[in-house]
Design a binder for this molecule. Structure first.
Ligand SMILES: [Zn+2]
Length: 394
């Protein structure tokens, strides 16, 4: 039976840090690590088709089970022959999340000073770097949360959907992804509920693993390490999840409100994670500055919609830093591509002036070209980091 434990190879360990270069082998191809994983929410990165994504050098991509549950339903994808065939991404591996993150994040509102205490909410939690509360008037609202699972209202057609650890795994089996993420709960920041949700998320992951192991289908499953910014809770989470035969580990939940806090948290927990010799994925981080500062801890893969989100707003990655192509200064940059070192479809064929024009006119092709560019640059950035690690410069 294929498993990531046997299929991950760490080819080079830096002498300067815990950074490592490796390869994750899956039934649908190889992922070079450390690598960037673009978020293809409903089977495509917004504004960019999958052929362009592959041309930009992407290997592993991240799809959201929640969105496939809402439409067209995992059965339709299964009937098509699985996600790889359905979205025509046959040459690379796919990781799918459980749907848990969206159940919480899509029914939540970021807590701002203006909102504090003004909206009735049953539940507050931290997601990545912000605090959220559940706004019960939201169309994608969380309806109930108990030991069995979570019930939420579809933002697409208002239908009530119940997701349990078992049904999330079965949906991901129907999708046929290479790496499955088990259903987890973002622990409440309410002190009374925090420990209850912390323990529940581990029970849910155990149930998920049992469901997966009963019918592995050549897929792998990562755990999701929780505990927020509390190092002792993070250690407890690792104590519990390391006892279970997961194929890799993902770091989930809150990782602090700024880069320094994230750095301190990873410094404390990463030595134990890398000692498992299994792949380590950091959920939801994808800006070059954070990746550059965190790579030394030995993280293998990072996923984030950040680089593709900023592309759609006109912010394009380049050698000299991010440029805002909407600025008037690019109106007549006829002889200059976005970035001379970039091999993407936008840089090979178009000038900054034309992209500036497409952006100002809100032409749809702008989103495709800008997104393909930022993904190419992210993949190139990861390639340069891998080279630095093998030269022991990181
Ligand atoms: Zn480019």
């Amino acid at each position: 039976m294929w498993s990531l434990k046997r299929a991950v190879t760490h080819l080079w360990l830096s002498s300067q840090s815990a950074a490592r270069v490796g390869r994750i082998h899956t039934p649908h191809g190889v992922m070079d690590t450390p690598g960037f994983v673009p978020v293809a929410t409903s089977g495509t990165v917004k504004g960019c088709d999958n052929l362009r994504l592959m041309e930009a050098g992407s290997q592993l991509i991240f799809c959201n089970t929640y969105h496939f549950l809402v439409h067209p339903g995992p059965k339709v994808v299964e009937d098509a022959g699985g996600l790889h065939k359905f979205i025509n991404y046959k040459t690379g591996p796919i990781i799918t999340d459980s749907g848990g993150f969206q159940i919480f994040s899509m029914s939540a509102r970021k807590i701002t000073n203006e909102l504090k205490g003004k909206i009735p909410s049953k539940y507050e939690c931290e997601i990545q770097t912000h605090r959220y509360l559940f706004d019960e008037s939201n169309s994608a609202s969380l309806i109930s949360l108990n030991e069995k699972g979570a019930t939420f209202r579809s933002y697409y057609d208002g239908e009530l959907i119940t997701l349990t650890p078992e049904s999330s795994v079965m949906a991901q089996k129907q999708l046929g992804s290479d790496i499955i993420i088990p259903l987890d709960i973002l622990p409440s920041i309410d002190n009374q509920d925090m420990m209850a949700t912390f323990h529940r998320t581990h029970r849910w992951q155990e149930r998920s693993l049992q469901t997966h192991k009963a019918d592995p289908r050549g897929q792998a499953m990562y755990s999701v390490i929780h505990g927020g910014m509390d190092i002792s809770l993070r250690n407890k989470s690792m104590d519990t999840l390391f006892e279970m035969p997961f194929d890799g580990h993902a770091v989930g939940g809150s990782i602090g409100s700024n880069r320094t806090e994230s750095f301190d948290l990873l410094k404390a927990i990463m030595p134990r994670l890398t000692s498992t010799h299994k792949p380590v994925h950091l959920l939801g981080v994808g800006d070059t500055q954070s990746i550059g500062s965190m790579i030394g801890f030995g993280i293998d893969t990072f996923d984030s919609s950040y680089p593709t989100k900023i592309a759609r707003t006109g912010r394009l990655l380049s050698e000299g830093g991010t440029i805002d192509i909407s600025r008037s200064e690019f109106k007549s940059s006829h002889d200059e591509p976005i970035d001379r070192t970039c091999g993407c479809v936008a840089c090979k064929n178009h000038s900054r002036a034309f992209l500036h024009h497409l952006n100002r006119m809100s032409e749809l092709s702008f989103y495709t070209l800008a997104t393909a560019h930022n993904v190419w640059k992210m993949n190139d950035y990861m390639r340069s980091l891998r080279e630095k690690i093998t030269r022991n410069e990181l």
